[in-house]
Design a protein around this ligand. Structure first.
Ligand SMILES: Cc1ncc(COP(=O)(O)O)c(C=O)c1O
Ligand SMILES: [Zn+2]
Length: 395
């Protein structure tokens, strides 16, 4: 069942994302009484070692398309914590997902739903990570895929989708331009599943599992604070919903403070800082392409959540992002992509500003793998050349 977030009209499960009455966004609704009867800590702990251990909380009515996304590493980051001045810093590391980003969680739900709706093809607009994930899942279910990407995206990101057999369409302009064309395609081809458009209400539900995992890994307690990267703001919004779900069924009892991270100058952070409306950003220069969405669809909700939980948002510079990727890699042995660097850089700023206490339990979400943006680091090191053993010894 879907429900309009504005006028509350309920409609049956459909591949749609806007209310037929008021054009408001649609979201999935659940029967919480029924779910509460079905779930327990013990049942979850006995479940599969993927996000599908939380199937009772996800909107699917068939066997899931499960490449093994989720239930990723959860690390007590003692080395990084010591440097930042945090005793209880935990990292949820989604760089080890099947296609190396958190997008496998959302795509896994959306593609399962596309099979339920008997769709004939799949598609998305993507900043890169989503393209790779969708193409892999589409290959598994043998459906053709069409991926709209902004011009100038790192080739290393498109190659992943291409290898899985996706059709890639490069759109002149930004991510927002690619998204606009994908929306037109979705409108004119109702039996095509565009995962972040007409399947969006289901798709976003997949990220709720990032909240469930943090609670389960912390021995069924919510952290005091979380910090998440934001592009459209959908990830942060869904993780918030995940904590709410667990409260509804009694699996935890508190909502953490929510903090968000974006590249320098991006609109959600700016709106939080200035206590103002979200103003779309037309042009941007950042190297953090995975977060470079100038017109964030869920920005308003993300800002509300940050304010309501008394969190904050930071927009570190590209240099801070690169330095933070290096710091994490050299302290914890994790090579995260630039979105993860943005999170660590923002976390550093929050600690320095006194917004996080030394002993609070913090979960920082690392949403992608560093090898996806390795080209940024090619100038960050040098290699020594030798031809003889003696030269190595001399050095
Ligand atoms: C690695 C990574 N982290 C975080 C995000 C943020 O996603 P959202 O648009 O849900 O805010 C993205 C989006 O593409 C991403 O690729
Ligand atoms: Zn409505």
């Amino acid at each position: 069942m879907l429900r309009c977030m504005i006028c509350k009209k309920e409609i049956e499960d459909l591949p749609s994302y806007i209310c037929p009455r008021c054009f408001g966004p649609l979201e999935v609704v659940y029967d919480w009484e029924q779910i509460k009867e079905r779930v327990s800590r013990e049942k979850i702990e006995r479940g599969v070692e993927s996000m599908w251990r939380y199937k009772d909380f996800l909107p699917v009515n068939r066997e899931p398309v499960d490449l093994g996304a989720g239930f990723t590493r959860f690390i007590h980051a003692k080395n990084l914590g010591e440097i930042l001045g945090l005793k209880n810093l935990y990292l949820l590391d989604d760089s080890t997902n099947p296609t190396y980003s958190f997008k496998d969680r959302v795509v896994s739900v959306a593609v399962t739903k596309a099979l339920e709706f008997k769709m004939r093809a799949l598609g998305c607009a993507s900043t890169g990570n989503l393209a790779g994930s969708l193409a892999a899942h589409a290959a598994k279910v043998k459906l053709p895929t069409y991926i709209f990407v902004p011009a100038g995206i790192e080739k290393t990101k498109i190659v992943q989708a291409a290898v899985h057999g996706a059709n890639i369409i490069e759109v002149e302009g930004s991510y927002d331009d690619a998204n606009r064309i994908a929306m037109e395609m979705a409108e004119n081809n109702p039996d095509w599943g565009f995962v972040n458009i007409n399947l969006r209400p289901y798709y976003v539900e997949g990220s709720k599992t990032l909240a469930y995992e943090a609670v389960e890994r912390l021995d069924w307690r919510s952290p005091d604070q979380v910090i998440l990267p934001m592009a459209s703001g959908a990830l942060l919004t869904s993780v918030y919903k995940g904590f709410q779900d667990f409260i509804k069924v009694g699996l935890t009892d508190t909502i953490p403070i929510f903090n968000g991270a974006q590249p320098e100058g991006f609109p959600i952070v700016r709106a939080v800082r200035e206590k103002a409306e979200i103003k779309p950003l037309k042009e941007s220069q950042t190297i953090v392409h995975s977060l470079a969405i100038g017109n964030p669809a869920n920005g308003f909700t993300a800002k509300d959540i940050i304010e309501e939980t008394r969190g904050y948002a930071e927009d570190p510079s590209d240099r801070e992002v690169v330095d933070s990727v290096l710091l994490l890699a050299k302290t914890e042995g994790i090579f995260t992509e630039l979105a993860g660097g943005t999170v660590i850089a923002a976390l550093k700023r929050l600690v320095e500003a006194g917004r996080i206490d030394r002993s609070e339990v913090i979960v920082a979400y690392l949403t992608g793998n560093g090898l996806k943006t390795a080209d940024v680091f090619l100038n960050e090191f040098s290699v020594r050349k030798v031809s003889k053993y003696e030269e190595v010894i001399a050095w």
